[in-house]
Design a protein around this ligand. Structure first.
Ligand code: M6R
Length: 607
């Protein structure tokens, strides 16, 4: 996720901004830039790490005591000098940096170009510099207000103009923004660690608020000009706690980011009636109509996302969908043929096995779509089509928010493919779209009521073995829940389809052996409950993940983790969240480090 830094005060701005950006490096980025106001505004920017920007500044220094800086994590347009922020209007009088995504970027771009504007980058951000300049009539805050009225999406937008050189104006919707209050100097940043060594007094800018900073402090208003009286927050965290946003571990922080991640991944891509706009998915309707087989290939958590994808595609497209571990697919001589679609899923886009399987599919004539979180990753460079998940950098080795974003990506793809094939009608597409749009609030609700999950963790922490069961989509989620638990708690855990239990594993179910059952799918509810009865009859301890509307489940399960009811097709998104938290709390109770489990790496670039 991008990093923002701004400074107004008596000191030279450039070194303070570079220092702040370095302290935001943990957020991940692929280019960086800075603008400083003096008699004019000058910009320096560079692809790659901040050291390259710092070297550029050594060669071409910037003098001045007001400035803004940015580290960019690419979403629109590849990482490059040109796409790096800050961006300016054509006169260079207005300069902006931005985190987030402008959803109506294409419409605004066309509007500006038809009015004669020449845009020099591929970003959505440059458009905002043009809009602010167009709207300016002597009052920067008013111009920013009018500009963001024209933009839809998520943003923390920071703006400077040479016409009012001693101030910076910023506005927030969804993407985070904080103000640091110093003595005769004021800071703006996307996150507290950027300036925690300079001040401990902060103002948190909330959604739909605008802030103006000068050396005398900050004034926050609502986006329509209302007065905001925000209390100063005094922060006692150390630097490491601050990077984690006050959470104890990155994994927990990333779990709590999931409502925003869903919103970002859907942003600008989904209409109310299920119409989709997937910017780098370029296959045409004729390709979709002639499609006979969909292949999905991936490893680990991404493979588990693919298991959910298989069910989604089969239900929505009524097409055979084959999911293969990438390391198996490579050696299985798969019957992939010209005209097939292969979806390679990878958070990093660098997993060696997945890259090899994707290459094999392409060699066999399949169209290859990359579903990945990292713009310009190797996987996306191989692909015919790309769907970026927009989860932001994931630091914890145990993947959580990237998994949820992969599920959302596959729902979007299913809508795109299903409507083009005519395998779902508008009414069904509308229902799915409505359900998808409700998910951020539902996940938020699960996160707000996590006490039952903490209690469940306490009840299973001393087990030696744990089993996860479910059917269909529930089985796919059970697989992921089991992996999460084992990789961070080091507890032996296995997942299997609920119907498989009686074919062998039931022999291992004795008194108090925990069995986690995911039971959301109405079509197979009774069948899954039969498996639960088999467990109970052997003394097993049943922990169920079930809808909050399920009035039966307490008869069968000792512990019930409730999730908001959804369309059954969408249930995996909500069902995965308590299992992520369960794994987290068990690992914590067992005293493990969590973010870097033993023997594991975040990105597995060897075969
Ligand atoms: O970057 P990728 O999505 O390709 O990584 C694949 C797996 O290595 C990864 O999902 C791994 O299983 C997770 N760290 C598990 O939480």
């Amino acid at each position: 996720m991008c990093g923002i830094m701004g400074y107004v005060g008596p000191q030279q701005a450039a070194p303070i901004i570079i220092d702040g950006l370095k302290r935001l490096e943990y957020r991940g980025y692929d280019s960086a830039g800075i603008a400083v106001a003096n008699s004019r505004i000058d910009v320096r920017k560079s692809e790659g790490k901040i050291v390259r920007l710092a070297a550029l500044l050594d060669r071409e220094p910037l003098e001045g005591t007001v400035g803004i800086g940015h580290t960019r994590w690419a979403t629109h347009g590849k990482p490059s000098d040109l796409n790096a922020h800050p961006h300016t209007d054509p006169t260079g009088s207005f300069v902006v940096v931005h985190n987030g995504i402008i959803e109506n970027f294409q419409t605004l771009r066309e509007e500006l170009e038809s009015g004669g504007a020449a845009l020099t980058s591929e970003t959505d951000t440059e458009i905002l510099a043009h809009l602010v300049a167009e709207e300016y009539d002597g009052d920067l805050a008013a111009a920013v207000r009018r500009a963001v009225e024209r933009a839809e999406g998520a943003y923390a937008l920071v703006v400077m103009t040479i016409n009012e050189p001693r101030k910076i104006v910023a506005v927030r919707k969804i993407s985070p923004l904080i103000v640091g209050l110093g003595d005769g100097e004021t800071f703006l940043a996307s996150d507290i660690p950027a300036v925690l060594h300079r001040t401990r007094d902060f103002l948190i800018v909330e959604d739909d608020e605008l802030v103006t900073i000068t050396e005398d402090g900050a004034v926050i208003e609502t986006i329509d000009g209302g007065v905001v009286d925000r209390d100063v927050m005094h922060i006692d965290w150390d630097a490491e706690q601050a990077e984690k946003g006050g959470f104890e571990h990155f994994m927990l922080k990333e779990i709590y980011e999931q409502p925003a991640v869903i919103t970002e991944t859907l942003g600008g891509r989904l209409g109310e009636d299920g119409t989709t706009w997937l910017e780098d998915v370029e296959f045409d309707d004729a390709f979709v109509r002639d499609l006979e087989t969909v292949w999905i290939t991936a490893c680990g958590t991404a493979y588990h996302a693919g298991l959910v994808g298989r069910e989604i595609f089969q239900r929505v497209l009524r097409l055979p969908t084959i999911v293969e571990y990438a390391h198996e697919m490579r050696y299985a001589d798969p019957m992939i043929k010209r005209g097939d679609l292969t979806i390679a899923i990878s958070q990093s886009g660098e997993t060696a096995d997945t890259l090899a399987a994707a290459r094999l599919a392409a060699e066999r004539g399949s169209r290859m779509l990359a579903l990945t979180n990292v713009v310009a990753s190797t996987l996306s460079r191989y692909a015919d089509d790309i769907l970026y998940t927009r989860a932001g950098p994931e630091i914890s080795v145990a993947s959580t928010k990237a998994y949820l974003a992969m599920l959302i990506g596959q729902y979007l793809l299913a809508l795109r493919l299903g409507t083009a094939r005519g395998s779902i009608d508008r009414e069904r597409a509308t229902e799915i779209a409505r359900g998808l749009n409700r998910l951020p609030a539902q996940v938020e609700e699960i996160l707000e009521h996590d006490q039952a999950i903490v209690d469940a963790a306490g009840a299973i922490v001393d087990a030696d073995d744990i089993y996860f069961i479910g059917r269909g989509l529930d089985y796919a989620v059970a697989m992921e829940g089991s992996l999460k638990l084992k990789e961070i708690s080091y507890l032996h855990s296995e997942a299997m389809p609920a119907g498989e239990l009686k074919h062998g594993t039931l022999a291992l179910i004795t008194d108090d052996v925990p069995v986690v059952v995911v039971v959301t799918q109405r079509a197979t509810y009774d069948k899954t409950i039969s498996a639960v009865q088999e467990v109970k009859a052997r003394g097993g301890k049943v922990v169920a993940v079930a809808y909050d509307t399920d009035t039966e489940i307490e008869k069968f399960a000792e512990i019930v983790l409730r999730i908001p009811e959804t369309d059954d097709l969408l249930a995996p998104v909500n069902a995965a969240v308590p299992l992520q938290l369960l794994a987290y709390h068990v690992a914590k109770l067992r005293g493990h480090g969590i973010d870097q489990p033993r023997n594991l790496a975040k990105s597995v670039t060897v075969e």
